[in-house]
Design a protein around this ligand. Structure first.
Ligand SMILES: Nc1ncnc2c1ncn2[C@@H]1O[C@H](COP(=O)(O)OP(=O)(O)OP(=O)(O)O)[C@@H](O)[C@H]1O
Ligand SMILES: [Mg+2]
Length: 347
């Protein structure tokens, strides 16, 4: 277990500033995700923590001690890459044993440790198989076991599930999460999948263009993003321009009573009100709730259906469980205001 702290990390490749003052504080035993679009600097951050890359500036602390000058092999941080990089000519047992051999652990202790790990990653009976004889999920479990063999204090996972099909991905997420909780190992997970980050993390660092925009719990990030750019990472939302007066949002299209909005800032003249898709409820025209609107688009997605609905020439996106509304249908639109967020314009 280890408490990991990054202080003002910077990194340039050629003349491009890829990391700009990265600060993070990851408590012992926590699982934290780095979430952001391609190229924002996630893998670079992870490689710097692992000691594979050197930062240009800043400090990496494990348990309050700087590890900047400790080489990668001695740092107690192990990384699992997206492509698992198993040794193809070694079987499962030998792959997991490899790091222990490098550390000159004796044969008897190696056997005990490898058997314990094979049990942990549920690969008993596969000891003599070669990587080419394993499924993607099995290979990945070998990669994780191999990484855990050397008892790292910090486990670094770089998009470890992205090569797997959706069912296996869910299974491996669950597996890694259980393992992480059981071993209480400080874990940093790199992902560009928002659902994965929301489901797996104690906290998420949202990264954009080499900066951490918000470091917070999944619930806070989803429900109370501090900026529009963070809000947009977690999915499409609705934005309406207007002003706020006396607990009311006033716009050219609709006025809304914001008495239930937790994040209200009074007297804002120039705001964009963010409305989550799930706060736009649709009802059949016979009901009296809400404003009249017309369904202009419908996308069926199983558990949910995504609708675009027009009210007073304003197009709103809604995601609801009811899949029975049809394109062209006139409905009633209810906008729930407890989860809306006003952002100052140019935010
Ligand atoms: N060795 C390198 N030399 C030059 N530029 C690099 C190098 N490694 C990364 N970069 C650049 O640094 C930026 C950040 O790269 P990084 O690999 O950290 O992104 P990422 O967030 O992991 O993206 P992805 O989700 O695509 O893996 C990118 O613009 C990338 O092109
Ligand atoms: Mg990457």
């Amino acid at each position: 277990m280890s408490h990991v702290k990054l202080i003002n990390l910077t990194k340039r490749f050629d003349k491009v500033e890829v990391l700009k003052n990265i600060n993070l504080d990851i408590k012992e035993g926590e699982i934290v995700s780095l979430l952001g679009p391609s190229g924002c600097g996630k893998s670079t951050t992870l490689k710097i923590i692992a000691g594979i890359l050197e930062p240009d500036g800043g400090n990496i602390l494990f348990d309050e001690k700087s590890v900047n000058s400790i080489p990668t092999g001695k740092r107690d941080a192990s990384i699992v890459f997206q492509e698992y990089l198993l040794f193809p000519h070694m079987n499962v047992f030998e792959n997991i044993e490899f790091g222990l051999k490098m550390k000159k652990v004796n044969k008897k202790d190696r056997k005990i440790k490898v058997e314990e790990l094979i049990d942990l990653v549920k690969l008993s009976g596969f000891e003599n198989k070669y990587p080419s004889e394993l499924s993607g999920g099995q290979q990945q479990r070998v990669a994780i076991a191999r990484t855990l063999a050397i008892n790292p204090k910090v486990l670094l996972l770089d998009e470890p599930f992205s090569n797997l099909d959706i069912n296996l991905r869910n299974e491996m997420r669950e597996f890694v999460l259980n393992l992480q909780k059981k071993l209480k190992i400080t874990t940093i997970l790199v992902t560009h999948d928002k659902e994965e980050a929301l489901m797996m993390s104690d906290k998420i660092a949202v990264m954009l263009n080499g900066e951490i925009k918000q470091f917070d719990t999944p619930k806070n990030l989803y429900e109370k993003p501090k900026t529009k750019c963070v809000a947009n990472i977690f999915g499409e939302r609705n934005y309406i321009r207007g002003k706020i007066r006396d607990n009311k949002f006033i716009s050219d299209f609709i006025d809304l009573d914001l008495s239930y909005c937790e994040l209200l800032i009074e007297g804002m003249n120039n705001v964009e009100l963010m409305i989550p898709q799930e706060s736009i409820k649709l009802h059949s025209i016979e009901t009296e709730e809400g404003t009249k609107g017309k369904i202009i688009k419908r996308k069926y997605a199983g558990e949910k259906t995504y609708y675009h609905v027009d009210i007073n020439e304003l197009e709103l996106k809604s995601s609801v469980a009811n899949s029975n509304f049809t394109e062209g249908e006139i409905v009633r639109v209810e906008i729930q205001t407890d989860k809306v967020i006003p952002f100052k314009l140019n935010d």
